[in-house]
Each structure stands twice: as structure tokens, then as C-alpha cells.
Design a binder for this molecule. Sequence first.
Ligand code: FES
Length: 106
Amino acid sequence: MPKIHFFEFGGREHAIDVPPGTSVMQAAVNSGVPGIDGDCGGECACATCHVYVDPVWLARTGGRTAAEDELLNFAATVQDNSRLACQIRMSDALDGLHVRLPESQH
Ligand code: FES
């Protein structure tokens, strides 16, 4: 089963095994990772699942969708590697994915 490594803003790590097909947001919510609320249930409408994808993983996660890009315009501390975790689906190709949480979700 693929694993995601979440890093809270303060650096605390949560390594979670996730069934393929699960969104990164849902994996965090299911496991109680603090800082990812997923208020809209994954509908790309709240940005409470904002994460920074480790740059070495960006090619595999792919880029933002247009809707995601628009919503992130309203999020705090957006970076080039910002994504909405609800829009990333886990697969075996993403086994070992590293994502970091922004300070605004600390
Ligand atoms: Fe609302 Fe991702 S859970 S935008």
C-alpha cells in the first residue's frame, strides 16, 4: 500500500499507508493529521487542504487544475509547489510522497 509522509508546519511527521485511489486530503482526515480539515469534502471549494508537495514529487503528482489554481489564489502563503490535497489521488506511483503543511494551517 502506498505511503504518504505528512509534515506539520512545526516539522512533526505523520507517515500513513493509504489505499490507492484515496485522495491525499481524505487520507489525512481519516488519520487525524492536524492542519488538514477538508471542510468541503473534497469538492475543490474550501482550500483547507492546502499542502506543499515536495519538489521531487511534483512531476508525479502533476500540476494544478484550473479550478484548483483559482481557489489557491485566495489561500495564504501559496508557493509554486502548492496543491489542494483533495485533488491528488494516491497510486503506487506516489508511494513515499512527501507533503508539508503551510504555517496558516498550524
Ligand atoms: Fe476543500 Fe480540498 S477539501 S478544497
